[in-house]
Ligand binder design. Sequence first.
Ligand code: SF4
Ligand code: SF4
Length: 365
Amino acid sequence: MATLVEPPLVTRAPKPLPKKKLVRRQDRDYSQQLRHLFQGVFLALNLYLGVLFYFWVRQFEGGTHMITSRPPGVEGWLPIAGMMNFKYWVLTGNVPQVHPAAMFLLITFVTMAFLLRKAFCSWLCPIGTLSEMLAALGPKIFRRNFVITKWMDIPLRGLKYLLLGFFVWAVTSMSAHALGAFMQSPYGLIADVKMLNFFRHLDRTGLIVIGILVLGSVLVKDFWCRYLCPYGALLGFASLLSPLRIRRTPSACIDCGKCNRACPANLPVDKLITIKSAECTGCLECVAVCPAQGALGMHTIEVVRRKPVPAWAMAAAVAIVFCGIVGYAKASHKWKTFVPDHVYRVLVPAADEVSHPMPGDEALK
Ligand code: SF4
Ligand code: SF4
């Protein structure tokens, strides 16, 4: 007769999986040195352009006799003008006369995102570089950087998309005529001067906002980029179509979690096979810290025959896209804004009185 066997009351915990043997990487990782070199050069370039632009503005204010010409590269700080000009160019086929460099730089950085994920954010953007420097202070001052809990992180990340949505809505709702009229209005002509003056004459509110952003960046890695930057949000959308992905090979991975801890975008690199997230900036920090041979790397996707993409190739591609598009704009004489000096002589000293045209304004008709 069959006897019933009582199941044991105590169930044994499953045996832990044997630890995978580490096959240590033989190659020397130089991705971060290369990336920091690009960041340093681009930060220095921006500072140089800023100083030139400051003296250019001061000469119209009578503050200096040093004569400089206006550096068009400062228009990289006018992404909304870049979007407006891009739409104007698509609708009319004409390269805009005012702030065309803003448009070419926008095209450059979006192309970079299509090809190389959000490489602009981690390889070039001066704000991204400053954010990284500030985040490096976190462990020194507070012994660590903080990670915002998921239930707050997800809605906060939505803020940058809301800001982007607002700007896209504002630009798409304007006709080609209104866009052209906006750029030719006093405000459009000296939008760059207004931007400089905002930072030159910071009021208490501006100082408080910048103080909060600085403190946030020390406490949380990529605080501005992760939660507030609409440019980063736009590049994130473009990067979803990029043929590059960080890819982990589970058979080589020893599950040490170093990549996860290093990722400034807080992505679970050690749990996923491929990183498809719009938050991945292609910074290669995860790859740099991985100790296991062949476990992690940037790769092209299957449809373009999965191939590893070394850091030097990433750096070369960033340089080629940047120099290629900017070089084309310069060589074809489409880079510079054409506004006569006598117009600037009137507008620049009175920049603080020039206000933003509103829908329905005569200036836009
Ligand atoms: S997944 Fe890797 S490349 Fe992407 S943001 Fe994180 S650390 Fe950088
Ligand atoms: S760093 Fe990440 S990919 Fe590399 S071995 Fe550790 S867990 Fe695996």
